[in-house]
Ligand binder design. Structure first.
Ligand SMILES: Nc1ncnc2c1ncn2[C@@H]1O[C@H](COP(=O)(O)OP(=O)(O)OP(=O)(O)O)[C@@H](O)[C@H]1O
Length: 303
């Protein structure tokens, strides 16, 4: 099977600054992959290289078996949606749909129109007058209706309210199920998109921090819940990645590498052990929860 996107030792530098260092990657075909990572990690850089908008500094990047930079066949088979996506000022939303019909081989104009109607986006409006959230929604509709074999959304939900965001992900998922294609979706909000993702690609430290099924990311951690004084007995034994408490029950996220015997001991001590959500696993993985904000308050109490 031909991979849609493959990277072999791909490095990207901006002048002397290395953003991605010798990255090796195979994006699974016809899967929705979430591209995540902290601000400045290199998500947009990676997506734009895959889109062929900029060139890798070294290594080999292939999309549909071709080098994507300036490739006509790659650009005909992919769409890249972000909030900077501009259209000529004079075009109305209706005009843009007509242009899309001409450019994208699998374009579904009927779906585009119905979605725009649902999202209260009249065809006579000018793209330039749209509010931030409405512009994101319009661009996202174009991204869905284009049905490109490689579809990339870079931070698509910027400015969308929570209802629009939920509807967008749901529309994307429904259309994907009917017309499977390779989708890359970058966002900081793992919580909102975790239900539609199959794979997660985490960019971290100039490379790939994790790439695989979302369930595998979740399996790296465990959630422990119990009385704080009971949990504290185990504080030295487990690497506690995150702690929080609301009321009498405290919650800790710890790494999942424990023996059956250790887990049994925890259970016998009255500690509940469960799986973490994908978004918590992501936060744990990127150290965004280390200690947690509660630690600030605890430290002040101790002082
Ligand atoms: N044209 C450029 N010239 C120089 N440096 C750049 C350029 N574009 C991006 N960078 C730098 O490359 C790094 C990665 O940027 P990129 O936009 O890919 O990150 P990101 O993961 O998408 O971030 P965010 O989540 O904040 O959108 C950043 O440190 C950024 O400052």
């Amino acid at each position: 099977m031909m991979q849609t996107v493959t990277l072999r030792d791909v490095t990207k530098k901006y002048r002397s600054l290395t953003i991605l260092d010798k990255v090796n990657l195979d994006i699974r075909e016809s899967v929705i992959t979430g591209v995540v990572g902290r601000n400045g990690a290199g998500k947009t850089t990676l997506l734009k290289m895959i889109a062929g908008f900029m060139k890798e500094s070294s290594g080999e990047l292939r999309v549909f078996g071709e080098r994507p930079f300036n490739s006509l066949s790659v650009s005909a088979n992919m769409i890249f949606i972000d909030d900077l996506m501009g259209f000529p000022d004079s075009l109305t939303l209706g005009d843009i749909l007509v242009e899309c019909e001409r450019f994208y081989a699998n374009w579904d104009g009927e779906l585009a129109k119905r979605l725009l109607e649902y999202f209260s986006l009249p065809l006579i409006l000018n793209h330039r007058v749209l509010s931030k959230g409405k512009r994101s929604t319009f661009n996202a509709v174009v991204g869905i209706a284009a049905r490109c074999p490689l579809t990339m959304f870079d931070e698509p939900i910027t400015g969308m309210d929570s209802a629009a965001c939920r509807d967008f992900y749901r529309a994307l998922l429904k259309d994907y199920i009917a017309h499977p294609r390779t989708i890359l979706l970058s966002s900081h909000h793992v919580e909102e998109m975790e239900d539609i993702l199959e794979d997660i690609l985490l960019i971290d430290g100039k490379g790939i921090g994790f790439h695989g099924p979302i369930t595998e990311l979740q399996e790296k951690f465990l959630l422990l819940q119990g009385k704080l004084e009971v949990l504290e007995k185990y504080a030295n034994k487990y690497a506690v990645i995150h702690r929080s408490s609301a009321g009498p029950i405290s919650e800790w996220i710890v790494d999942s590498e424990h023996t059956e015997a250790e887990l049994k001991e925890l259970k016998q001590a009255g500690i509940r052990i469960s799986a973490v959500s994908a978004s918590n696993a992501y936060l744990a993985m990127t150290g965004q929860t280390r200690g947690g904000v509660d630690d600030v308050f605890n430290a002040m109490e101790r002082a």
